[in-house]
Design a protein around this ligand. Sequence first.
Ligand SMILES: Cc1cc2nc3c(=O)[nH]c(=O)nc-3n(C[C@H](O)[C@H](O)[C@H](O)COP(=O)(O)OP(=O)(O)OC[C@H]3O[C@@H](n4cnc5c(N)ncnc54)[C@H](O)[C@@H]3O)c2cc1C
Length: 375
Amino acid sequence: MNCYDVIIVGGGLAGLTASLHLAMNGHSVCLFEKVNYPNHKVCGEYVSNEIVPYLKKLGVFLDDAAAVEINTLQLSTIKGRSIEVPLPLGGKGISRFAFDDILYRRAKVLGVQFEFKNVTAVTFENDRFEVQTMDDMIVRSKVVIGAYGKRSLLDKNMGRSFIRKKSPWLGVKAHYRLDGFPDNTVALHNFEGGYGGLSKIENGNINFCYLANYKYFKEYKEIEYFNQKVVSKNPFLSQFLETATMVFETPLTIAQISFESKSCIEGHMLMCGDAAGLIHPLCGNGMAMAIHSAKLASENAALYLGTPDYLRERMEIDYQRQWRGYFNHRMRTGRRLQKLLLNPSLSQIAIATVAKSTWLLQKIVEQTHGKPIIC
Ligand SMILES: Cc1cc2nc3c(=O)[nH]c(=O)nc-3n(C[C@H](O)[C@H](O)[C@H](O)COP(=O)(O)OP(=O)(O)OC[C@H]3O[C@@H](n4cnc5c(N)ncnc54)[C@H](O)[C@@H]3O)c2cc1C
């Protein structure tokens, strides 16, 4: 078969969630993903509990995968001043290796067709899409969901504006072993030109993931050296790196992480997850937004596919309006926070101020997170 109701490009959290939603609604779905499951991804691996009710509805139970319950946020300044606050909704610690794989296995059960191929072009003509892969496979559909993450060759081919701007952000992640690390805490530690998150995952390992500005990194070039000279200036991170044992052979890295605004409709594709916009990782809400945006895109797509007088134009307008309504405020707050945290003179004052006020930190968390997703 080379014709489906929906084609999804990219099988991270957004794409996999959309595939579950649409397959459960009885639609034929083909999902293209360029890497086999399971696989590791650069991510803080703390997911807000706001997605739990929706995932349950899709038949996905993170507790079965031994996801760790997290209910406390610790924040520290470069000099080691720190504060802890309860997280109102809380979240879970689960690796992307496990999380994406659970969704993948559930999607297979629901009959989603997987093609492990790199999509190179998506064209739209006569109200139909044609999706082409690097090895010249061609598949057609009525709807395409673009869920291919932060940046892809497709963005370049479509002339999306963010891809032309260089981004200084580099992401680094590895799993570590350390006895005595608290189960219930996600920690965010500041260092010059970046910040790092620490939290436990399902197998008892600790994920250490950081975002660093290349301006600071390029002087050191090697991760180990950068960790010693810059990251370890924060006493919490210094102690962690001195006592923990890395489980990965080498850390994973990604460069050119862009936080520019993007459009959530592109060439009539419904974009979701990071392909529609990436919130600053310090907010710890990118995964929840990816899953929530997949829900919105799938609901609109299902309505369009099942209602003759609900036109494509209407679907696109509705999706755009909903996306902005749910996420614009969080994205703006994330941008402001990142600016503040990474301004060397302001960040010390800002974090020192926040470090004195549990109330203020809780307010900030509320501004960057959503409410539980209503099913
Ligand atoms: C440093 C860092 C730390 C973070 N920490 C957290 C955190 O603690 N909590 C949180 O909630 N969020 C965090 N995030 C954000 C979170 O990781 C993302 O928002 C989330 O992964 C988005 O999911 P997605 O499905 O949109 O994209 P992805 O998970 O990136 O999936 C995209 C998929 O598309 C595939 N793909 C790409 N191009 C093609 C193509 N042409 N053809 C076929 N397949 C393709 C890729 O292989 C990939 O599997 C962090 C982000 C960064 C950078």
